[in-house]
Design a protein. Structure first.
Length: 634
RNA sequence: GCCAGGGUAGCUCAAUGGCAGAGCACCGCUUUCGUAAAGCGGGGGUUGUGGGUUCAAUUCCCAUCCUUGGCUCCA
């Protein structure tokens, strides 16, 4: 017995039935764009037999997100088929849809390169035109294994062996091509309307470096050509605001062969931005009862032996160098240093929480291939702090830190932050009770605030659970930003103590936390977030003064001095360009305020202002200029 | 680290087994101008680096460095 409810209408069947027939029976109008259906949230092909039961039925249309997903998955199949045609003997890995398209991991007998993509596309177009139906074929496990083995699909064999024996196995067949797949798929290949293969890369089987490397071919598909075109236009736009491009254009930062990969040179413009952010950070922390500390960039290996870094983090640490018969290392983290300050004297419960904060510059040896502009570098500054608390202070302190985080990030106008709670991993130190109580504290804080958060089970560090906040860049990639991490490990390793009320020596818990994570990455995200148009308070040059003709130069200098005396970051352009040219340059530099000064302004003792984003001219009296600027909020 | 692209003037990009080019930027001169580029002239290159093939290499080959995208979003 099958019972289906759609749009208030109900339909029952005694025998087997497929969704396509149901839609016909229900006389659903405009089924022409329906690629699949959803039965109680589970996606079914139009021609898949519905198992007995009662379901709510809803439609999936080609232009919907789910419809696109189904179609892209089918497109991946067609691509795999095309590749097998052009590269006989190719073994197939997996071919899922991804956020922005699809890929298929394959192991071809000969290398597939960029130049082959158009040929594969051509073959795909041929297959799409054949309009082969996608047919679902369910097979018992033994038979499925047999099919995969005979086809020489070693990876599929591995996949089948991994699948829960209780689950049924299915293949999908379109034309002469059959592939192990759980589906669902579009009814037939001609539903693929617009697609393009975008790139090739290597990808380890199951993402494990120890496994064989497969060739991953990426593609994107849409239900209309127009959407495909728009997709690429969007990518173009994203390129325009890429922090690496803007970083160079706006003269913010660079790197250099002779300095080394992953090491950043902050140009004057970038260094001002960095300074302003750090200044805001310091002020905020001093206000919130943090104590600023400052520690060296290097330390002897002895320190990192105690901290465990040499044992657990060695691969990421820059090599040691000898001085006076002792080996020194660049610091990859600030914690051992702050802890050493804590240890410099006896501590009492009355002092706790102790909050040490530092803009601590660290160096980590990142693998060659993972570096990315400012987002992933080898030398960076953590806006680090370590808070030493008694166990019963954890929750309140985490709450304070969360407040501080929102307060800080709010200044930059970030929306769409994502929060994640990471819990006890398989390997951990400390007791289960400690962990449970620590996780509970973090959870209480998030719940108490009504924060939406994801849980990453087992994602915590071996020494404690954590809360992470992610921000998104222009391409939608998430970057870890704030992190609040509990630590039972280092207090043990360094034998930290404080005298409690009964004068017993107790062990504090350390909370590691950073609001930006890495200042470099944060500024990278900011550049893209603002599209290079830094708000007035952060702009390297806040006001650019342009002269019209030589006669205004004296007056312009006077205005410049007034602005400078009032701590406005001002730049004067008195070159002999025409005013149109100077404005063009200033706009390119994305300066928030342009002040045009000519003879007229000089006589009136005024300034003709252009605020970024508008062509409107605003005339302000010189005596009111500073007042006016303080209201600029762009 | 691994796979696939790329590296030509400060930037964006052209070209070719036979003298390496343009625009912008820079410098000089002319112009002194009113809201998104005034005109003319000039300097600037061991084509990432090292090696090989060749009469001849920026081009072809090898190595190396840097850089871009990617390296479980699982049938």
């Amino acid at each position: 017995m099958i019972k289906l409810v759609y749009n208030g209408k109900e339909k029952s069947y005694d025998d087997w039935i497929v969704p396509a027939k149901v839609l016909a029976d229900l006389q659903v109008v405009d089924v022409s764009s329906v690629v699949a259906v959803e039965l109680d949230g589970k996606v079914y092909d139009l021609m898949r037999k519905i198992p007995p039961g009662a379901y709510n039925l809803s439609l999936i249309t080609a232009d919907s997100e789910k419809g696109l997903e189904v179609m892209r998955h089918s497109c991946a199949h067609v691509m795999a088929e095309a590749i097998k045609q052009l590269f006989p003997g190719t073994k197939l890995g997996v071919g899922p849809t991804i956020e922005n398209g699809f890929y298929y991991d394959v192991l071809p007998p000969t290398q597939i390169r960029d130049e082959h993509l158009p040929k594969i596309e051509e073959e795909m177009r041929r297959l799409v035109q054949k309009n082969s139906r996608f047919e679902r074929i369910e097979k018992p496990r033994d038979e499925a294994l047999d099919i995969a083995k005979k086809a020489g699909e070693d990876f599929k064999v591995e996949i089948i062996n991994q699948i829960d024996p209780k689950d049924s196995l299915s293949f999908y067949k379109d034309g002469d091509f059959m592939d192990l797949c759980r589906g669902p798929h579009i009814p037939s290949t001609s539903w693929i309307k617009a697609f393009k293969l975008t790139k090739i890369s290597g990808a380890y089987w199951k993402g494990d470096e120890k496994n064989v490397m497969l060739t991953r071919i990426y593609g994107i598909a849409f239900d209309t050509e127009d959407k495909l075109k728009k997709h690429f236009e969007l990518l173009e736009k994203a390129k325009e605001i890429d922090h690496r491009k803007l970083g160079m254009k706006l003269d913010i930062f660079s790197s250099d062969l002779n300095i080394g990969p992953g090491l950043t040179l902050w140009h004057p413009n970038g260094a001002v931005i960095k300074y302003l952010i750090e200044k805001f950070w310091y002020d905020l922390h001093l206000n919130c009862d943090y104590q600023i500390v400052s520690t060296p960039h290097i330390a002897t290996e002895d320190l990192f032996k105690i901290s465990g870094h040499l044992e657990n983090y060695k691969d990421f640490m820059y090599g040691g160098f000898e001085t006076d018969n002792r080996t020194y290392r660049l610091k990859p983290m600030n914690c051992p240093f702050h802890i050493t300050i804590y240890r410099s004297t006896n501590r009492s419960y009355k002092e706790l929480p102790i909050r040490y904060a530092e803009m601590g510059t660290v160096y980590r040896y990142e693998k060659g291939g993972v570096m990315h502009g400012l987002m992933r570098v080898r030398g960076f500054t953590i806006d680090d702090a370590h808070v030493f608390v008694a166990p019963d202070q954890v929750e309140e302190e985490v709450n304070r830190i969360y407040d501080l985080t929102l307060n800080f990030l709010g200044r930059f106008g970030f929306k769409g932050l994502e929060t994640q709670l990471s819990t006890r991993p398989k390997e951990f130190i400390g007791t289960i009770e400690e962990w449970n109580s620590a996780e509970k504290s973090l959870e209480n804080v998030l719940k108490g605030r009504g924060v939406k958060y994801g849980v990453e089970l087992g994602g915590g560090a071996f020494y404690g659970p954590k809360i992470s906040v992610y921000i998104k860049d222009s391409l939608g990639r998430s970057w870890q930003c704030s992190t609040i991490q509990l630590d039972f490990n280092l207090p043990q390793r360094f034998k930290l103590q404080y005298a409690d009320k009964t004068n017993t020596q107790s062990r504090p818990i350390i909370i590691h936390r950073a609001l930006m994570g890495s200042v470099e990455r944060f500024i990278g995200v900011l550049i893209e977030h603002y599209e290079g148009k830094f708000p007035y308070w952060l702009a390297p040059v806040q006001v650019k003064v342009l002269t019209v003709g030589k006669d205004a130069e004296e007056y312009a200098k006077e205005v410049q001095k007034i602005l400078k005396d009032n701590s406005v970051r001002v730049k004067l352009d008195s070159s002999d360009d025409r005013i149109g040219g100077k404005i063009r340059v200033a706009i390119d530099e994305k300066v928030p305020v342009i002040a045009v000064l000519g003879v007229k302004e000089s006589q009136e003792r005024s300034a003709n202002l252009r605020i970024r984003g508008s062509e409107k001219q605003t005339v302000v009296k010189l005596s009111e200029l500073i007042q006016f600027l303080s209201s600029v909020n762009s």
